[in-house]
Design a protein around this ligand. Structure first.
Ligand SMILES: Nc1nc2c(c(=O)[nH]1)N[C@H]1C(S)=C(S)[C@@H](COP(=O)(O)O)O[C@H]1N2
Ligand SMILES: [Mo]
Length: 314
């Protein structure tokens, strides 16, 4: 299969695909099983993607970390569970429903969206609430475009998102271990959802999303902690009130609805002032760097929170 890529900001950190593939095969007996190594790329399709805004000079994390170190509890709780246990998940065909307080409810064929030439590349910082970070080259479409097509009613104030439930393909959903009640759900205020940074991603590195990264379509909100970026979305609903969210339901004192990246508001059990840079190496181990307010996107999003107490609304 031809792999077609538009140029990205030059970076010696990017792992070329062929090197990456052979390295993954060598890794087969170790960190990742061979079937797992194959599962991640078996169904990848090249996308017609073009550079979008806001990517500003960021060097992407090497692909093997982006696709091998994941949180996706539907496939298990360890970082290598999603790549190892998502091989039975078949994302296509897929319909994404946009409903609720809209004038024109939509049923989107995500397979067709994958072939569209509307797909942009956005290279974004990704900061997990667990105090680690990556830089990920996403391919996707601004959420605002799809919401505008659905024509939100004037009373709509929030957007609720729901992941897929398929216990037969998602081993983490048939185990009671995580304590999560499925589906995984997330939410945004409508103005956050309409912000030009907010993306529905269908790919990374110029190819369709691997299962472990949320195939076939997932949310990316780069100024918020990673758990807001709900994967494998089936339903989006516009509402007049704030929807429940998975991590807030599990531990309301630890995970808020807003979950804006904020180095000044610590998690009750750890500091959020700095982060481990996944995929970086120094003589002393993984590099740490200071965490930026709004993950570095303050210029684009600070206005959304003017006058709000960010300690209370964490
Ligand atoms: N459905 C679903 N979405 C999810 C999660 C999950 O467990 N289930 N984990 C979240 C968390 S905690 C993070 S940090 C990001 C990780 O995205 P990545 O694996 O593509 O880097 O996905 C988020 N989206
Ligand atoms: Mo996370």
């Amino acid at each position: 299969m031809a792999i077609f890529r538009y140029p990205r900001p030059a970076s010696s950190d990017i792992t070329p695909k062929d090197v990456y593939l052979s390295r993954r095969e060598m890794l087969g007996a170790g960190a990742l099983s061979l079937t797992a190594a194959l599962a991640g790329t078996a169904s990848a399709d090249a996308l017609k993607t073009h550079p979008g805004p806001y990517s500003g000079g960021l060097a992407p994390t090497p692909e093997e970390f982006v696709t091998g170190y994941n949180n996706f509890y539907e496939f298990g709780m360890e970082k290598d569970d999603p790549v190892s246990h998502s091989g039975d998940f078949h994302p296509l065909p897929w319909t994404l429903e946009i409903s609720g307080m809209v004038k024109k409810p939509q049923r989107l064929d995500v397979g067709a969206l994958l072939k569209s030439s509307d797909i942009e590349e956005r290279i974004y910082r990704m900061r997990c609430v667990e105090a680690w970070s990556m830089v990920i080259p996403w391919d996707g479409i601004p959420l605002a475009k799809l919401l505008q097509a659905a024509e939100p009613e004037s009373g709509a104030k929030y957007v609720a998102f729901e992941s897929v439930v398929r216990p037969s393909e998602m081993p983490g959903q048939s185990s009671a271990f995580s304590g999560i009640s499925w589906p995984y759900v997330e939410g945004l205020r409508l103005d956050e959802a309409m912000n030009p940074l907010t993306l529905l991603a269908v790919g990374i590195y110029g190819e369709s999303l691997p299962n472990q990264n949320g195939a076939p379509i997932r949310l990316v909100v780069p100024w918020k902690y990673g758990f807001k970026g709900i994967k494998s979305i089936q339903r989006i609903r516009l509402l007049d009130r704030q929807p429940p969210t998975t991590w807030n339901r599990l531990a309301p004192s630890e995970y808020g609805f807003y979950a804006n990246v904020n180095p000044q508001v610590d998690h009750p059990r750890w500091s959020q002032a700095s982060e481990r840079v996944i995929g970086s190496k120094t003589l002393f181990g993984t590099k740490r760097q200071p965490t930026l307010m709004f993950n570095g996107y303050g210029e684009q999003v600070a206005d959304l929170y003017r006058g709000m107490n960010l300690h209370d609304n964490f």
